[in-house]
Design a protein around this ligand. Structure first.
Ligand code: FEO
Length: 392
């Protein structure tokens, strides 16, 4: 397989995972890539590796440029196995290469995964000369593991950003201006929402650290390389990590016999008629990881479930569990649902919305059996009244 030239003497030697559809719960509908980068300097340097099953693909791309035995330095920006999994395979060719990782967390993580191997620890601000070029390390802890760092090459003005600015996107194109930009940005938003959103404070700190750098290329470890639309992705990260939602709404529900669905549609109609951009998601047909990016930029979330065996529907419980882990900020929430007897689901949903840290902006809405036209009208009126009050 061929290496892809990124700049003079710098190559993408990663792997394309066309068929992955589940990344520990994140539905990767467009597959993904694992970005590894080879720098041909006095010290031949490999930045990150790939997921273990793709080791041979990476090695064949390296071989396209140089025998892997000649690698002098390996930089591990992040221990997670999608980027370090091929470390043992490449180390067989270059056992004397120096492996640099971020601080004690990086050493601990690599040792836990691959055993003791004399890993060298770097800290925020450290620099490493590899010949004509320098690599400067910027620690980005908890973005999204304790060991994360990014590597900046000032002579080339490239930021090797690992997970940050990445997209789960399998493409034959390597650059942002070769691929379909709306798709790239949508996947970057989905990636941010599902992987990075819960570390918004750290993302904001990392963004502050890199925004001062003179960058003409961002080479992430997933998806395409940014070279023509850097301001767009930097502005998006600034916006997303600021936790300032736009004035949108999402309505998310499951339903057994359409009663909760009728309520969901009425609530969505009320938001839409009030001038708020609204999206409706039936959890039977939508994966929660596809809903998260819509929530990222929405202010309101309404979640509905009928009562099933004294509980909320498992699909709704699963969605709320996932959401609680991602910890979205500054959201206004509504719980709703229908019931036949018992009717515990709506209170349970509301408790979970509170546990997510959301502000409950309206009394929960419960309807026994089937909502009548009058009841749906009352729901509509209550939502619009609440919104009018907020806008007053
Ligand atoms: Fe792409 Fe956190 O690994």
């Amino acid at each position: 397989m061929k290496a892809a030239k990124v700049k003079e003497d710098i190559y993408w030697v990663g792997a394309i995972d066309w068929n992955v559809r589940n990344f520990h719960g994140y539905r990767t509908g467009r597959g993904t890539t694992y970005g590894a980068y080879l720098i041909m300097d006095e010290k031949i340097t490999l930045i990150d590796t790939v997921k273990a099953p793709f080791a041979e693909e990476m090695i064949s791309r390296i071989r396209d440029i140089v025998p892997p035995e000649n690698i002098d330095i390996i930089i591990s920006n992040h221990v997670e196995p999608d980027h370090s999994g091929a470390l043992p395979a490449i180390r067989k060719y270059c056992p004397n290469a120096s492996v640099y990782t971020c601080g004690p967390s990086g050493v601990k993580g690599l040792t836990a995964h691959y055993g003791e191997d004399g890993y060298l620890s770097v800290k925020n601000g450290d620099s490493l000369s590899i010949g004509k070029r320098t690599l400067r390390f910027v620690s980005t802890p908890m973005l999204h593991w304790p060991d994360n760092m990014v590597t900046y090459c000032p002579e080339e003005k490239i930021l090797f950003s690992n997970d940050a600015f990445g997209q789960h996107l399998a493409t034959s194109e390597r650059f942002d201006d070769e691929a379909d930009l709306p798709t790239v940005l949508a996947e970057a938003k989905k990636y941010y929402g599902n992987i990075i959103m819960c570390y918004g404070k750290q993302a904001q700190a990392a963004w502050q650290a890199v925004k001062g750098l003179d960058i003409t290329m961002i080479a992430p470890a997933h998806g395409v390389i940014w070279r023509s639309h850097i301001p767009a992705i930097m502005e998006a990260y600034a916006r997303w990590s600021s936790n300032s939602p736009e004035d949108g709404a999402i309505v998310v529900y499951d339903s057994m016999w359409h009663s909760t669905e009728h309520m969901a549609k009425t609530i969505a109609e009320a938001f839409g008629d009030s001038g708020i951009s609204t999206k409706l998601f039936d959890l039977k047909d939508n994966h929660y990881s596809d809903i998260v990016p819509e929530l990222l930029t929405s202010r309101y979330i309404a979640v509905g479930s009928p009562t099933l065996n004294n509980q909320m529907m498992p699909s709704v419980a699963s969605f709320l569990c996932y959401l609680k882990g991602l910890s979205p900020k500054n959201k206004e929430a509504i719980a709703f649902g229908s019931y036949g007897w018992g009717g515990q689901s709506v209170e349970l949903v509301e408790k979970e919305l509170e546990a997510c840290g959301f502000h409950i902006c309206m009394d929960k809405i419960r309807i026994n059996y089937i909502p009548s036209g009058e009841q749906l009208q009352e729901i509509y009126n209550n939502v619009t009244t609440m919104l009018n009050r907020k806008n007053a």
